[in-house]
Structure formats: structure tokens, C-alpha cells
Design a binder for this molecule. Structure first.
Ligand code: FNR
Length: 358
């Protein structure tokens, strides 16, 4: 019997060869939003992994939407050309379906790279700028508060999501993930911790979901109907009075109605006060609950490191796919080893024919 992990998964018209997804991972190695040779190396090795889907790192819809000045972007022709070069080369040799995570960092933008401390860079600094968010509430103590988005800004940001999605479609990218997790802009709208608006975009759950849903609908319209568009969400803020799993289930219901075939379930990121209970597969129960209550295809992520652990999550019906970040950096042939362990096969480049996993 085929391991669940190595069964195909069909999302709209896109069929993935297995249920191992590579999670988005920011590299902070772009120049003016443009992918570099680092991306060629990084994505090149991941593309040969035998995974079912390769998700590009959080990709900014505008320069202001970047977490750092070194984030990948897809907001002008230069960004599009640079990404076309990298994807063209990678896919010529390793034809893996690619998903793009489209992102706006909101009040968590204008930061330093994590290896340089990750702190906010003030707007007057060459690598800093004034951030924008649902409300003029800073993320961390002592940070410059963001500009609260007005009606015209909301329209602009929606259009920036759409324009980036159109560029992704032109690049032949097969799936779109909208980043609504980890305390970035769309999550900031969802969470009462960051969203203090008193207009139709704040307050009630329906109001807080409004902007992310508008963005979803607008992007859905410009992506060809067979190509899936889904959200990555944080299912809890890990803070009292924050966004929680009950609200996430409601959001998942709305997304399903709006035509989303899946949801990628992470947690946290909106508040420095979060207290996360870490452990193997610590976020899986959130994916499980969303799957049980909505029937939506769920992608579980977070400290999934072992093939048997991944297989059990799927076999026990807790999720439909798993996504891996650190495990893929640690072992970029993780899917090969998982295939060997679980008695399955993955595609590997023909050049490596002497060592095909089986
Ligand atoms: C991340 N993560 C992340 N998440 C996201 O939604 N967009 C991103 O661009 C990034 N960037 C990123 C970079 C690096 C180097 C790491 C390690 C992580 C979070 C990641 O996708 C994942 O959710 C977590 O790392 C938990 O999964 P693992 O690492 O336990 O498999």
C-alpha cells in the first residue's frame, strides 16, 4: 500500500505528486526585490528534493511591503525579469510545481535581517521606511508606529496584491499562497491585537476578515481558474484576547465558500507577548480541527521532522499534506529519504541516476 505521504494531491487542476510541500522561507538575499544567484542555488537544490511543491519565500507586493530591504519582491519589471531567470534555470532541470507566497509585512516591515538582530529600522535610515498597517499601533515597544491605511491605501494595497499575482501568472507559477500568518499585514487585519479600526474593517470578526477576503477574491479573479489560491494563516496568536482557532475556523469556512481548495495552518507572530507551546508537530491540532470542522484540505506545518511522523499525521486524518521548512534546509533530500523509509519513490534528476532513491 502506498504511503499517504506519497499519494498525489489535487488542488483545483494542479496535481502534486506527493504531499510533501516545501514551506516558504525568506532568504533576505534579494537586491531591490530582485532574485539573485543565491536564489538560484537555494531554489535549485530544493527543486531537486523530490517534494510535491516548492513554495517561494514571502514575496513582497511593493518595496514598503518587504520585511527587510533585502526581501524578494515581485512589484516591477526588474523583479519579474530576475525571478524569470531563476525559475527558468531551476525548472529546466527540476520540473517541480512552484507556489509563490505573496506578502505584505505591514507594521513588521522596515526591519533588519534576522541574523543582524531583526529589529525595526527607523524610517530615516537608508534601509528603513515608514510602515503601513490596519492601525497606528506598533508591533514592539519603542518602535515607530505604522501609518494607518486609509480607504485609498486599501484600494492601492489590494491592487498591488493583484498586480503581483498577475506577474506570478506570467511567470508560469502554478499556485498562489497569500501570506495571512505570522503577524504580517493580512494577519494584522484579522487580529484584534493589531486591528483597532472603527470602520467596516475593524471590530467584529466579519469586519476583521473583510480586507483579507477582499484580497483573496481579487487575486482569485486574476489567477486562472485551475490554479489554486489559498491562505497561510496563524490559527492562534498565543495571546489572551488575540485571534484564535474558533475565528480561524470561521475564516476557513469563508475561504472555502470563496473557492479556496486548501489552507496552510501555522500560528503566532502578531505579538511579542506570545507564549508558544513548542514540541513535535505542535501546530498539527489546529490543522486537524480546521479539517474536521470545515472539510477544507489542510496543510500542517511546524516541527515535523521525521518521515514516520509525517505519515502518521496524514494516515490519522489530521491533515492532507505537510509542509517542511527547517527539515528541508537540514536535509534537502528529505523526500528521498522519506520515500526510502516508507517504501515509495520520488522523482530525482536523471543526472543522479546512479543514486535514485528506492
Ligand atoms: C521561515 N518561515 C516563513 N514563513 C512564511 O510564512 N514565510 C516566509 O517567508 C518564512 N520564512 C522563513 C525562513 C526561514 C529560514 C525559516 C526557517 C522559516 C516559517 C516556516 O515557513 C515554517 O512555518 C516554520 O519554520 C515552522 O516549520 P519547520 O521549520 O518546523 O518545518
Amino acid at each position: 500500500m502506498t504511503a499517504r505521504l506519497f499519494e498525489t494531491l489535487t488542488l483545483d487542476s494542479l496535481t502534486l505528486e506527493n504531499r510533501i510541500l516545501i514551506a516558504p522561507m525568506c532568504q533576505y538575499s534579494a537586491r531591490d526585490g530582485e532574485a539573485t544567484d543565491w536564489h538560484m542555488m537555494h531554489l535549485g537544490q530544493l527543486a531537486m528534493s523530490g517534494a510535491g511543491l516548492l513554495t517561494l519565500e514571502a514575496t513582497a507586493i511593493s518595496p514598503e511591503a518587504r520585511i527587510t530591504a533585502w526581501d524578494l519582491g515581485l512589484y516591477n519589471d526588474g523583479c519579474e525579469r530576475a525571478l524569470a531567470r531563476v525559475l527558468g534555470a531551476v525548472r529546466e532541470y527540476a520540473p517541480i510545481p512552484v507556489c509563490i507566497q505573496i506578502a505584505h509585512a505591514g507594521r513588521k516591515a522596515s526591519s533588519d535581517a534576522p541574523w543582524a538582530g531583526g529589529k525595526q529600522i527607523p524610517p530615516e535610515h537608508p534601509y528603513g521606511w515608514r510602515t503601513e498597517a490596519p492601525s497606528a499601533v506598533a508591533h514592539g515597544e519603542g518602535e515607530v508606529p505604522p501609518h494607518a491605511l486609509g480607504d485609498a491605501d486599501l484600494k492601492r494595497v489590494r491592487e498591488e496584491f493583484v498586480t503581483t499575482a498577475k506577474r506570478a501568472v506570467r511567470l508560469g507559477i502554478e499556485a498562489v499562497e497569500l501570506h495571512a500568518a505570522h503577524g504580517y499585514l493580512l494577519h494584522q487585519f484579522l487580529s484584534p491585537i493589531a486591528n483597532k479600526r472603527t470602520d467596516s474593517y475593524g471590530g467584529s470578526l466579519a469586519n476583521r476578515m473583510r480586507f483579507p477576503m477582499e484580497v483573496y477574491d481579487a487575486v482569485r479573479q486574476v489567477v486562472p481558474s485551475g490554479s489554486p489560491v489559498w491562505l497561510r494563516v496563524s490559527a492562534t496568536d498565543w495571546v489572551e484576547e488575540g485571534w484564535d482557532i474558533e475565528e480561524t475556523v470561521e475564516l476557513a469556512r469563508m475561504l472555502k465558500q470563496a473557492g479556496s481548495p486548501a489552507i496552510h495552518v501555522s500560528t503566532g507572530g502578531v505579538s511579542p507577548k506570545q507564549s508558544i507551546k513548542l514540541g513535535p508537530g505542535y501546530q498539527v491540532p489546529y490543522a486537524e480541527r480546521i479539517k474536521a470542522e470545515t472539510g477544507l484540505v489542510t496543510i500542517a506545518v511546524g516541527l515535523i521532522t521525521e518521515p514516520r511522523q509525517a505519515e502518521d499525521i496524514l494516515a490519522e486524518g489530521k491533515a492532507d499534506a505537510i509542509s517542511l521548512a527547517r527539515a528541508m534546509l537540514y536535509n534537502p533530500r528529505w523526500p528521498w529519504h522519506a520515500a526510502a523509509e516508507l517504501g515509495a519513490r520520488v522523482h530525482a534528476p536523471k543526472q543522479y541516476w546512479r543514486s535514485q532513491p528506492h
